[in-house]
Design a protein. Structure first.
Lengths: 269, 283, 219
């Protein structure tokens, strides 16, 4: 059973005084999508690096507390992380999109037919199969972002760490990626995602964790995004924000469907 | 804009513009014009030709057919830097943080006005105004690379504001910004537009578009598929879907609750909601 | 030629300068320089021949100022061989194929990657430089003017290029980790370049030729 657990984790980047993460505890299990929300600089990206065993191992710095991960099978290749900057995550070593997606699996030393199977499946799931013969250098930002997600997915990670995976996508593309993320969790992967696309979360996340200046402020079901505290911090959903600005009573609805239900109550009185 | 002909309120005009990258057609027969103070969203799928329009408008590309004119200047006869220095256009492209290089934010923002040859006093006034518009004054003396990427992006935008151009061309100005920073950008742009600056903004962020912009141009495979008020476009799921767009949440709320006027801006929707709810008899 | 095995390309690019410096001047240098320039030209006028000629030209000028004509010709031809060979191999050798070849030959993927990344850095930097030039021109940077204006322009282009490249180095090493590039794992070659017996003979032949030339000159 895949499970990621952070126990009282604090993290300092090299040559900084203050910690970027303070006393963070958090758990993600197989089948779950946990979303990190917070304003810029809250530490969500750093938390993903810590969860992905990249901080402090690769970026340096100092960690206190415990990061525990058990995946299906062994080895760190079972954690896949999508960075917020697809243009730096591209290998630069591939002449076709297919080879780019295969870069990761090939590095893992898998047999060639297994690589091919995973690459084809990943490209298909990202709706990028028709890009397979394209030169990665000629892709648009949105196309490249999907290719990178496919490249990570092709490595078949049990835990997916996603940092703003839809930032470069058009709204339809973003919706497709969120649906895919949900489907990946439903088939038994664990997902930890940092996103500012708060309105997508009620349909996507099982739990929401609110980070502010490296600290967990609150955690709970997606309805947290309609709470007074998150709305006041500009981290509520738009629907909740409108409801609140209208001066209507709590609880605020998080989604349009919630709003329709609440509206019937308000108008029925 | 200076000039005494009838075009003085037209910041930008594209007339039958076509462009191709080698054999790959990118735009065909695109025509539209922007008046001073107009706030225009340029929408469409990835690869629809939006960035090509931005590069044509700033003079980085020249049209294969048709004309692009900025305040009466044909881009075919000018270089991008001359267009920028003349105050006709300021632009911020994606990955704009790559362009920063000065020792302080303030210095970097003054790059444009200095290149335009303005007297030092004007440079300082413009830089101060640009930093203030984006609430960056406290960071004026910071080194750009000491700032997080989101603030570097704002710094690049301040650099374009400091040129005080008649037209601002922005490519995804709110991508990777949190809501508070997005709101800052919205405020700054609304303020400039109120002063007569025309805005042409490429964006996927329809919520931002609804708040900051008023007219929507949609490109579909290199052709102008639609040119109409944003409020009408953003309110119609049936129209948005085939263009790769989705109903933004406030518009979806207005539609689901059948709010009068189908508002797409959050403040308008809140007002409509309060009015309708307030009109009910008390329990 | 680009379809040849990457090791063959590297061997040719190494052997030509080696022969240029060992064979007697000016005939040896003339033959190797002509060969290298022909190879460079085969990559196209703009990608191959011109960069080679333009890079070699200043060396000829300096040599001419410092030396007599025979020395200038002798050393100039050797330098031209070096420059043209490098330009040719940089244009002809595809980094991805080199990685595949090195991995197939038993090198670790990380080492192969570092090697190939040096070759692929040039086009990536070029693309970034292009974006920065565009961005600065849109901020009003004039590409012409007097000497001070040009120097200032150069600074506005070079500094951001260096700063952003340095900034990206950290991100790149992180990014490669995320793509499974870790030491200790044998990478699967996806499409190892075809290596024929004839090519192997050619490579060893070239090496033997270089050794023979060296022995002959030293003896």
């Amino acid at each position: 059973m895949t499970r990621l657990a952070l126990e009282r984790v604090s993290f300092w980047y090299p040559a900084t005084d203050g910690p970027t993460l303070r006393d963070v505890s958090l758990e993600v299990a197989a089948g779950e999508v946990v979303a990190l929300v917070g304003s810029g600089g809250a530490g969500a990206s750093t938390l993903l690096l810590v969860a992905g065993d990249l901080a402090p191992r690769v970026v340096g710095g100092k960690l206190e507390g415990r990061v525990h991960f058990e995946g299906r099978g062994k080895g760190k290749e079972r954690r896949g992380i999508v960075l917020p900057t697809p243009w730096t995550q591209v290998s630069g070593m591939a002449f076709t999109v297919w080879d780019e997606v295969a870069f990761g699996p090939a590095n893992l030393g898998w047999p060639r037919d297994e690589i091919a199977r995973h690459v084809d499946r990943a490209l298909e799931r990202l709706g990028s199969a028709e890009l397979r013969a394209r030169d990665p250098a000629t892709l648009s930002g949105g196309e490249l972002q999907r290719v990178i997600i496919a490249g990570i997915l092709a490595m078949d990670p049990a835990l997916l760490l996603l940092d703003e995976p839809a930032a470069e996508l058009d709204p339809a593309g973003a919706r497709d990626v969120w649906r895919l993320v949900r489907a990946l969790a439903n088939e038994g992967r664990a997902v930890l995602v940092a996103t500012s696309d708060l309105d997508a979360l009620p349909e996507l996340a099982d739990r929401v964790v609110w980070l502010e200046r490296g600290r967990v402020m609150d955690a709970g079901p997606p309805s947290l995004l309609a709470s007074e505290a998150l709305c006041a911090a500009q981290l509520g959903t738009r629907v909740a924000g409108v409801w609140r600005a209208a001066g209507l009573s709590t609880p605020y609805p998080a989604t349009v469907a919630d709003a329709v239900r609440r509206w019937k109550e308000v108008m029925g009185r | 804009m200076e000039g005494s002909d009838g075009t003085l309120t037209t910041a930008l005009r594209l007339d039958g513009v076509s462009f191709a990258y080698g054999a790959l057609p990118a735009l065909s027969g695109v025509s539209f014009a922007l008046a001073a103070g107009e706030r225009v969203a340029l929408l469409g799928r990835n690869g629809a030709g939006k960035s090509t329009v931005a590069r044509l408008v700033t003079g980085l590309l020249r049209p294969a057919a048709g004309t692009v004119s900025l305040g009466g200047w044909d881009t075919r006869d000018r270089t991008p830097d001359a267009l920028a220095r003349s105050g006709r256009v300021g632009s911020v492209f994606q990955h704009a943080d790559e362009q920063l290089f000065a020792r302080t934010l303030e210095d970097d923002v003054s790059f444009g006005p200095r290149a335009a040859g303005l007297p030092e006093r004007d440079v300082r006034r413009r830089v101060a105004a640009a930093l203030a518009a984006l609430e960056l004054e406290p960071l004026a003396r910071e080194h750009p690379y000491d700032l997080p990427p989101a603030l570097r992006k704002l710094a690049a935008l301040a650099g374009a504001l400091a040129l005080e151009p008649a037209l601002l061309v922005l490519d995804e100005p709110t991508a990777a910004l949190d809501r508070a920073l997005s709101a800052r950008v919205t405020r700054a742009l609304l303020e400039r537009a109120a002063g007569g600056v025309a805005l042409l903004v490429i964006t996927h962020d329809l919520t931002f578009a609804a708040e900051a912009l008023e007219r929507g141009l949609v490109l579909d495979r290199g052709r102008l598929a639609c040119d109409e008020p944003l409020a009408a476009l953003l309110g119609s799921a049936a129209r948005l879907e085939p263009l790769g767009l989705a109903l933004p949440p406030v518009a979806a709320l207005s539609a689901a609750l059948d709010l009068p006027g189908r508002p797409v801006r959050a403040a308008d929707a809140a007002r409509a909601l309060a009015r309708v709810a307030g009109g009910r008899p008390a329990p | 030629m680009t379809r040849r095995h990457p090791f063959t390309l590297l061997t040719i690019a190494g052997a030509l300068p080696a022969l240029a410096w060992t064979l007697p001047a000016p005939v040896g240098g003339a033959v190797t320089a002509a060969t290298a320039l022909t190879l460079a030209a085969s990559r196209g006028l703009h990608r191959g021949l011109w960069p080679a000629v333009l890079t070699a030209a200043p060396f000829w000028l300096f040599l001419f100022i410092l030396h007599d004509v025979p020395t200038t010709v002798a050393i100039g031809l050797r330098i031209t061989t070096m420059v043209a060979s490098f330009v040719w191999v940089a244009a002809a050798l595809e980094p991805a194929r080199l990685v595949e070849a090195m991995v197939a030959a038993g090198w670790s993927a990380s080492v192969a990657y570092v090697f190939a990344a040096t070759l692929s850095a040039v086009p990536l930097l070029k693309a970034r430089a292009r974006r920065i030039v565009d961005a600065q021109r849109c901020r009003g940077l004039a590409a012409s003017g007097g000497v001070t204006a040009r120097l200032r322009a150069l600074r506005a282009l070079a500094l951001p290029l260096i700063l952003s490249a340095l900034h990206e180095v950290d991100e790149r090493s992180l990014a490669l980790e995320t793509r499974g590039l870790v030491p200790g794992v044998r990478r699967t070659p996806l499409a190892p370049p075809h290596d024929s017996a004839a090519e192997r003979v050619l490579r060893w032949g070239l090496v033997a030729l270089c050794v023979a030339a060296l022995t002959w000159r030293v003896a």
